[in-house]
Ligand binder design. Structure first.
Ligand SMILES: [Zn+2]
Length: 204
């Protein structure tokens, strides 16, 4: 089986509880001496086997790390790990998930080979919001429920609001339309991308 590690928690000694996002589920597993093995780390893609034991958590074994071309790029890896960690909270107490999530991460992994990490992640996140039906193409302000005509502010989950209804950073509506409808970040400055990234870090 293959999957992405989205969380690790230390338990007694060097053991770890490892959460893995696979094609159709989020697996919680137990790894003996996991903390001693550098292949068990958030964001890593692994091939593994599960051993069913008497305890209620399967044992994680035969782990092989599957690398990506940019795995040694510390900046890309840092952003990727922070993004993957958010999936743990997003799927808390959920076991079965749609295949979309695994393949969307695989696509992101490839996108990051040629593109800036934050731009790639935000693009991928907009696809996720769209898939979950949470992308607000109607550009209706969450707070006053009127349509936003010109400038837009975005709050958590990239929900649009009027600049007069919120005190956050103002974007031209045209740019947000490009982002939502074409998944295109070309008109955004690095500073604006960083701002969107910080919204994302509040949670998927
Ligand atoms: Zn409003």
């Amino acid at each position: 089986m293959q999957g992405y590690i989205i969380d690790t928690k230390s338990v007694k000694d060097d053991d770890l509880i490892v959460s893995i996002l696979t094609e159709d589920e989020v697996i919680t597993s137990y790894r003996f001496y996991g903390a001693r093995h550098s292949i068990i780390n958030i964001g890593y893609k692994i091939d593994f086997e599960l051993e069913i034991t008497k305890s209620n958590i399967p044992r994680l074994r035969d782990v092989i790390q599957l690398g990506f071309p940019w795995i040694l790029d510390p900046e890309k890896m840092y952003c990727w790990q922070r993004y993957l960690k958010l999936f743990y909270r997003h799927f808390k107490d959920i076991e079965h998930i749609d295949r979309f999530y695994y393949y969307n991460l695989e696509n992101l992994e490839k996108l990051m080979e040629k593109q800036n990490a934050l731009r790639s992640i935000i693009q991928s996140y907009v696809n996720l919001l769209e898939y979950e039906g949470r992308l607000h193409y109607d550009y209706e302000c969450l707070l006053c429920e009127n349509i936003i005509e010109n400038n837009i502010c975005l709050i958590r989950s990239l929900i649009p609001v009027h600049p007069s209804c919120s005190k956050s950073r103002i974007f031209e509506k045209k740019k947000i339309v490009e982002l939502f409808e074409e998944k295109n970040l070309i008109s955004f400055s690095d500073d604006e991308v960083e701002y969107l990234w910080n919204i994302l870090l509040e949670g998927l």
